[in-house]
Ligand binder design. Structure first.
Ligand code: NAD
Length: 331
């Protein structure tokens, strides 16, 4: 396989490249990334500069010529590149539409020109396109949940998902889509909740918690996400979408308390409640039974284990996260 990864210098993209190189060492990877604030070449520093199986193209997925060159010889696309931070989309949404919608459109148009060469185009999306669930009850998102995005970020991802599916129906492109819950793990930019909390505690600063901290997320370890994408590429059916989750629903305040305990610090000194995010979605939860029954995938890393490993990783990799602090959104 020769895989074109978009956004491979970001959190999930770089974890995916490391995963794929380990599991499928004979495959080739081309990575196209614009290196926005969220793209960090250090995430892939372990790949030797002269490695013949890896190629990096520093360009935007909205750049038609660069995308044309990136597709050269490729038979599979895994499309991660996006603007991803909800808070940034509330402050300014235009770039979200440019990258998430028009960037996806640029990739689809190039894929269409190369329909005979392409074996699969996998589009990475989020559970946030389904909106917000009530805090009470056991309702969970599935592949058939109606779309109801509530932030500019999730609206731009929903638009991209619809566009992608339109190329399945209209042009018969061999596309799969996955809608995933919140990921955590190494290389997560320290403005997202868990790494922000860990790196704050490491600097003797409090964890900022929105509102009363009651919002619930289903936390999936990034390596389980990479395994799910592998399963979809190898065993999934074109035209299908797959919901990916972890059965690990936790409130933000519970996550904050776990971290305080791990650092042996108290809520009184190291937790700060801040004004709630505008339109903050209450709860996300995923029913991943389609993936489990059809593709024999299930999560393998518990939140307990993954969080402990993540704390250890941030402790050992201060040289990775410290230079990123000036790029954080102020919290
Ligand atoms: P990230 O913000 O860490 O990385 C995004 C990457 O895309 C960066 O390397 C950035 O430089 C690159 N990029 C941005 N604009 C680009 C452009 N115009 N052209 C080329 N590259 C560009 O994101 P992430 O958390 O790794 O998320 C990856 C994908 O997974 C996204 O599509 C996101 O919507 C989806 N997703 C993320 C989560 C999560 O919890 N992080 C959950 C579900 C789905």
């Amino acid at each position: 396989m020769h895989i074109l990864v978009t956004g491979g210098c970001g959190f999930i993209g770089s974890n995916f490249i490391h995963y794929w190189r380990k599991e499928h060492p004979l495959d080739r990877i081309t990575n196209i990334d614009a290196l926005t604030y969220a793209g960090n070449p250090q995430n892939l520093a372990a790949i030797p500069a002269n490695d013949p199986t890896y190629r990096f193209i520093h360009a935007s997925i909205t750049d038609q010529q660069a995308v044309h060159e990136a597709f050269e010889g490729v038979d599979v696309v895994v499309h991660f590149a996006a603007e991803t931070h909800v808070d940034r989309s509330i402050l300014g949404s235009r770039v979200f539409l440019e990258t998430n919608v028009l960037g996806t459109h640029t990739l689809l148009e190039e894929a269409l020109k190369r329909k005979n060469q392409l074996w699969r185009f996998h589009h990475i999306s989020t559970d946030e396109v389904f909106g917000s669930l009530p805090l009470e009850g056991n309702e969970r998102f599935t592949e058939t949940t109606p779309y109801a995005p509530r932030s500019p970020y999730s609206a731009s991802k929903a638009a991209a998902d619809h566009l992608v599916m339109s190329y399945v129906h209209t042009h018969k492109l061999p596309i799969t889509v996955s809608n995933c819950s919140n990921n955590y793990g190494p290389y997560l930019f320290p403005e997202k909740f868990i790494p922000l909390a860990i790196t704050n505690l490491m600097q003797d600063k409090p964890i900022p918690v929105y509102g009363k901290g009651l919002n619930v997320r289903d936390w999936l370890h990034v390596s389980d996400h990479c395994r799910a994408i592998d399963a979809i590429l190898h065993r999934g059916a074109p035209g299908q979408s797959y919901a990916i989750g972890a059965d690990e629903e936790h409130t933000n305040i519970e996550v904050a308390h776990r971290l305080l305990k791990a650092f042996n610090l108290s809520e009184e000194t190291h937790l700060r409640y801040v004004e709630d995010r505008k339109g903050h979605d209450l709860r996300y939860a995923i029913d991943y039974s389609k993936l489990e029954h059809n593709l024999d995938w299930r999560p393998t890393i518990s939140f307990d284990q993954g969080l402990t490993e993540m704390i250890a990783w941030y402790r050992e990799n201060e040289a990775w996260w410290r230079p990123l602090l000036p790029k954080q959104l102020p919290s």
